[in-house]
Write a protein that binds this ligand. Structure first.
Ligand SMILES: Cc1cc2nc3c(=O)[nH]c(=O)nc-3n(C[C@H](O)[C@H](O)[C@H](O)COP(=O)(O)OP(=O)(O)OC[C@H]3O[C@@H](n4cnc5c(N)ncnc54)[C@H](O)[C@@H]3O)c2cc1C
Length: 296
């Protein structure tokens, strides 16, 4: 287990804004999990589990947070095969892109729609990340979590999956995903590779995937009225303030143009929410996780 003092959010999130936390504790192996409670007690502060930081908007300034990074990178590995189903386990710290490369190489189908999502396995599980009609949760067989000092397996039926959310109703609210086992099907390598490539390039043509952002900042209120369309209709496509801007390619992507700040991002988001509410009576909800979440 490693510890870093005053970690900077702007270096740890894809939006590249935000202040500093009290400390960052890096879990390098499953055994570190048992040492974590004592370390966290000593450090104080509110715990924030951080994956690849691709869905986080951290506020500016000195934040009373302690980051826990489960950099657990065992796998991906096939753990079992039955009746055409293949079970693949991956550590929480593995990038989704690596898991997809494994699926391509081994001819495993199910996760092709997740191509181009820049998160970790742990982050994708907790966010129930999805695109192109695929959601992470629907392909889960089980997850391994740490709650307090206990490591336990949760089966698929124990998980409550929602739109960009996953919770475990009969468990404590604070848990760290250590690994996930996916239930995939055997398929043709070439078709799977083609589908992943196709989805990746489609995403790239419609979203500013290389810009500094956290993906979609607001959840889509409905399929007929996606947040990007609403933002466009109220004139926020391309609108900028303090170095942050709603993308001209996809209005629901809030981009750091280089010198943006969390304060500017939150202000722009508030303005956009007000405009959508005034014109359409729709309350936009952030998809991005704003941390700490209770200060504003
Ligand atoms: C260019 C771009 C495109 C994107 N496209 C999509 C898309 O198409 N679909 C989509 O759903 N999302 C998309 N996103 C958003 C983001 O990539 C996903 O939400 C992703 O799953 C977040 O994973 P992460 O590892 O970065 O998690 P983080 O951003 O680090 O964390 C997200 C949340 O998960 C929690 N968390 C992370 N890891 C763990 C863990 N191991 N245990 C417990 N809690 C944990 C954090 O506390 C936080 O609440 C996009 C983002 C970008 C920048």
């Amino acid at each position: 287990m490693r510890e870093i003092a005053c970690p900077d959010f702007s270096a740890r999130t894809t939006m590249r804004v935000g202040g500093t936390a009290i400390a960052e504790v890096i879990l390098e192996s499953r055994d570190d999990a048992f040492l974590l409670p004592e370390r966290l007690r000593r450090l104080g502060g509110t715990i924030l589990v951080l994956g690849a930081g691709s869905n986080i908007l951290a506020r500016d300034g000195k934040l009373p947070l302690v980051l826990v990074r489960p950099c657990l990178t065992e796998g991906p590995e096939v753990t079992a095969e039955t009746n055409g189903k293949v079970y693949v386990r991956a550590g929480a710290g593995i990038p989704l892109s690596r898991l997809l490369r494994f699926c391509m190489a081994h001819g495993l189908s199910g996760l092709e729609g997740l191509a181009g999502i820049p998160g970790s396995v742990g982050g994708a599980v907790v966010m129930n990340a999805g695109s192109f009609g695929t959601e992470t949760g629907e392909h889960l067989h089980s997850i391994e979590i740490l709650t307090g000092t206990e490591i336990r397996q949760c089966q698929f039926f124990e998980l409550a999956l929602g739109y960009r959310s996953m919770s475990i109703p009969n468990s404590c609210e604070d848990f760290i995903v250590l690994s996930a086992t996916f239930c995939l099907t055997k398929g043709e390598k070439r078709a799977i590779t083609e589908s992943i490539r196709h989805n990746f390039f489609k995403k790239k043509s419609k979203q500013p995937v290389t810009a500094w952002s956290a993906g979609c900042v607001f959840k889509n209120p409905s399929e007929a009225m996606p947040a990007g369309k609403l933002l466009d209709l109220v004139g926020f496509k391309g609108k900028s303030m303090g170095g942050m801007a709603f993308s001209t390619l996809h209005a629901n992507f809030l981009i750091n143009e280089g010198k943006g700040s969390a304060t500017a991002a939150l202000e722009l988001m508030e303005e956009a929410k007000d405009a959508v509410h005034r014109q359409f009576g729709i309350e936009l909800e952030p998809e991005v996780r704003i941390v700490p979440c209770l200060l504003r």
